[in-house]
Design a protein around this ligand. Sequence first.
Ligand SMILES: Nc1ncnc2c1ncn2[C@@H]1O[C@H](COP(=O)(O)OP(=O)(O)OP(=O)(O)O)[C@@H](O)[C@H]1O
Length: 589
Amino acid sequence: MVQPEKKSEVREVLYSLSPWIIRVLLFSIVTNILVLAPSGYMLEVYDRVVNSRNHQTLLMLTLLVVGLYIMLEALEWVRSGVMREAASAFDERLRRRVFDTAFAARLKNLPVGNAAQMTGDLRTIREAIGAHVTLSFMDAPLALLVLVILFLMHPLLGWFSVIGAVIQVVIGVINERRIKEPMMLASRGSTASQMYAGSVLRNAQVIRSMGMLGNMRTRWLAKQREFLASQADASDTAGANASLSKLVQSLLGSSLLGIGCWLTLEGNLGGSGMIVGSILGGKVLSPLVQIIANWRQVESAREAFARLDGMLKAFPAEEKKMPLPPPKGALSVEGVIAGAPGSQAQILKGIAFRVAPGDSLAVVGPSASGKTTLARLLTGVWSPMSGKVRLDGSDIYSWNKEELGPHVGYLPQAVELFDGTIAENVARFGAPDPQKVQEACRMVGLEAFIATLPDGYDTPVGDDGAFLSGGQRQRVALARAIYGMPRFVVLDEPNSNLDNDGDAALIGTLRELKAAGTTVIVMTHRMNVLSVVEYMLVLIDGQIKQFGPRDQVLSALRGEQPPKPSSASKPQPQPPKGVSLEPVKGGQP
Ligand SMILES: Nc1ncnc2c1ncn2[C@@H]1O[C@H](COP(=O)(O)OP(=O)(O)OP(=O)(O)O)[C@@H](O)[C@H]1O
């Protein structure tokens, strides 16, 4: 079946700029006429002043031309201003959508560079709209009118101008062909080099401690050399062609004067015709020369347009859906097969289980068995290849996350904090509710630490929480996950960085969540977490090996009879065979 062509959002936004474009086109008519003022002045001075030797006429003509100059420059200023306004409007109308799409693309495992390229592409198009070259495009139709006048004056003048224009276009095309490849390599190389430098700077401590700076620098220098060589190649070619283009323009101006003079001598053109002809010839070429000189900018904008449009088509805006009622926390995982976005490899190979509202489940399993993958599916970060993850019966992946977010808590394995204060991070960068922030920090045992800080909850955490210790970062992230007591919480290795106190605080947090009726799923390698959960799921190589009430699963793993229900209130979990679990740190909480 033929798929209908998806609408081009970027093109639609460009079309929406027509009120600005029409205004500029109207101004362009006036400026293009005013541009002829110096030529008119020259002719009038020759015709009227030199012959009549009239000082007053000279004064009047000079005052008139000065007035016209001022008007021309004022209009040019207004014209550029209107285009800059149009450029801002373009950015304004797309920036939110571009940001969201870059974010969605990153969630689909697209490299950071490609996702970030989108904001660069938006900037490239915006700059091209506001650039002088766009005005040259608007001047081009009027240049055609000037060409018609030249033909009417004498066909020879017209043809000479056309030949000049054709030579200019040929130079432009050759230039573009020659520099396209090196420019592309230079642009890619520059991005790669920048990203590499960024990653070196982010990991400065590792590099310093193991004396890796020399090796890293050598790599960076090689990347720099590579892209600078391509850039130099492109600039050399562009420079040579620009000089050639200027030469053609100067030659054409003088040739037209010569031809005009010859035509006058032959009696085919009036005396002033030769001057008018040479001046008008220059006007035909001027927008063309501008366009050719800035053709790279036009090409870059065209490439950025294609890339941006492709990405926006690949990631359509989320449709507005009817809001769903807040979830109660009933989780159902139905025949889920899943892998990393963009990859066909299956990490989870047919997973199905249910967790009732308020119940807690520990997911254990060896490294790389798929626990983190499951956490990403349970929180709707990744979508399954087949099957569904449902919260209160609704597909969690398609649930509007802005709407669902306050009811869900997620602590990822790699803790990510953002540049802001403790309170802002805990409150998920919404307006912090001081009571809820304090409550979340109390539950994870951060209160005492925060009390020692001069700025308390308003203390900045630094980029990615750089001012905090690993354990503190994990606790702040845990507080963020439980901020506002969500109904559904997924914790991926919540105690990987915690000491005994932190572990005890975590167990306390899990108990409080339980008491509040929150459904909790916790991926763990630690035994002590098992003491506060009711259910257990053993994941091995992407498949469920065991699932059920905790003690039953533990007994099954040890090859024993399941314990009697009463023992569930006094859990004494032991490491099962085949599943590596670290012993409880600091004893039973
Ligand atoms: N973003 C990704 N892109 C491609 N493959 C991935 C990605 N994330 C995980 N994988 C692969 O999926 C498999 C399962 O990884 P996952 O992180 O889910 O395991 P895990 O059980 O959480 O391991 P651990 O206990 O070590 O954290 C691994 O083989 C890993 O290479």
